[in-house]
Design a protein around this ligand. Structure first.
Ligand code: MRU
Length: 368
């Protein structure tokens, strides 16, 4: 997608063909800073510190991390060490393990001298495939928005609520939840997005930045505003992304998603989840019991980052000194609260049967 009329992906290779470049997403939307990753450790740090974030993007960057590791030293020991270091960078999004497993499997039985080339090839494939998966999600999701548009007059706006950032910055391009929004906007449908701020890390700022760069009307709201807006008929549908979707259709996404799904159910607002298949984890059934929920530093809760009146950037402490802060990064929305799943293969119900029908080739196997 575009920033100031220039097309970007969220991860790409530099002109030298092996340095990996990303945006430092901790600086966005205030500063556009590109960071170069030259070692596997750089890639691991980028994921851990959330310079890159969003389930599909961390999967792609991890695959490039394997390539950087093989460039540094391609023996068996380093292959295993790179896998182990990268797979533990963040616990919740399954895309990370999915892409590392794919890379590891392709590399383990080949000669060390060939590993660097193959690892880059796999990482490029994962990145390109992600763009295509998200584009297809956009096409399928567009149909839902078109259906709602057909119930309204031409000048009426369709209001869509989203949580966190599931746009192109969270994937390699297009995004998951935002891909249908971009396509609807480009097709001339009047859409407006309610953007949840998404405390504690304010990923809503990334969503607002993306939508603004693409010219999509939007309003940034406090995380607690969604219920009120739904009660007053100001939300036509919710679309969110997911970090892991279980065999029965439970959805794990940024903390606060569950509350939005409850409010949507109570107010008969359709609640859709957009996901590429690498986000499916058929080895997990009950998302609430089985998915590890990342807990991050309390400082992300006590502090906010932003622009000072002088135009500088600063962290501000909003909690009384010494306050214990909890920072649960994700929550699980049970399948029964989800109206439908939007995947690259089309829609399905958030049920075991729905997922099995759409992904018969994937469901028998554990995701590892
Ligand atoms: O902690 P983050 O910013 O990595 O969390 C991101 C989300 O929760 C997204 O909604 C999810 O990864 C889906 S992105 C297409």
């Amino acid at each position: 997608m575009k920033i100031n009329d220039t097309h970007y992906r969220s991860v790409w290779l530099a002109d030298d063909g092996h340095t990996v470049e990303i945006f430092d997403q901790t600086k966005l939307p205030f500063e556009i800073q590109i960071i170069q990753l030259r070692t596997m450790k750089d890639a691991a740090t980028a994921i851990k510190e959330m310079w890159v974030r969003g389930a599909p993007l961390i999967g792609a960057v991890a695959a490039y991390g394997m390539a950087l590791a093989m460039r540094q030293e391609s023996n068996d020991k380093n292959l295993q060490q790179a896998y182990d270091a990268l797979v533990t960078t963040r616990p919740t999004a399954i895309n990370l393990k999915w892409s590392l497993d794919r890379s590891y499997r392709a590399l383990e039985h080949i000669k060390p001298s060939l590993r660097e080339e193959i690892a880059y090839r796999i990482a490029n494939e994962i990145a390109d495939e992600d763009v295509e998966l998200c584009r297809k999600i956009g096409e399928h999701g567009l149909k839902i928005i078109q259906k709602i548009a057909a119930t309204k007059s031409v000048d009426e706006t369709i209001n869509i609520l989203t949580h966190c950032n599931a746009g192109w910055l969270a994937t390699v391009d297009w995004g998951t939840a935002l891909a249908p929004v971009y396509m609807a906007h480009d097709a001339g449908i009047k859409v407006h997005v309610w953007v949840d701020e998404t405390r504690p890390r304010n990923q809503g700022g990334l969503t607002a930045f993306e939508l603004g760069s693409h010219g999509v009307p939007h309003t940034l709201i406090a995380d607690n505003a969604g219920g009120h807006l739904m009660q007053h008929g100001k939300v036509d549908l919710c679309i969110v992304g997911t970090d892991r979707t279980t065999a029965r259709g439970d959805v794990c996404n940024k903390v606060g998603t569950y509350l939005k799904a409850l409010a949507a159910k109570a107010n008969q607002v359709p609640f859709y989840v957009a996901l590429p298949s690498p986000t499916l984890d058929f080895s997990v059934w009950d998302g609430v019991k089985e998915i590890p929920i990342e807990q991050r530093s309390g400082e992300e809760q006590s502090h906010v980052y932003g622009l000072t009146p002088e135009g500088g950037r600063s962290w501000v402490n909003t909690a009384p000194s010494g306050t214990t802060c909890g920072n649960y990064a994700f929550d699980v929305t049970p399948a029964e609260l989800v109206t439908g799943l939007i995947t690259e293969r089309g829609f399905c119900n958030a049920t075991e049967e729905g997922l099995r029908m759409l992904f018969p080739d994937l469901c028998g196997k554990p995701s590892s």
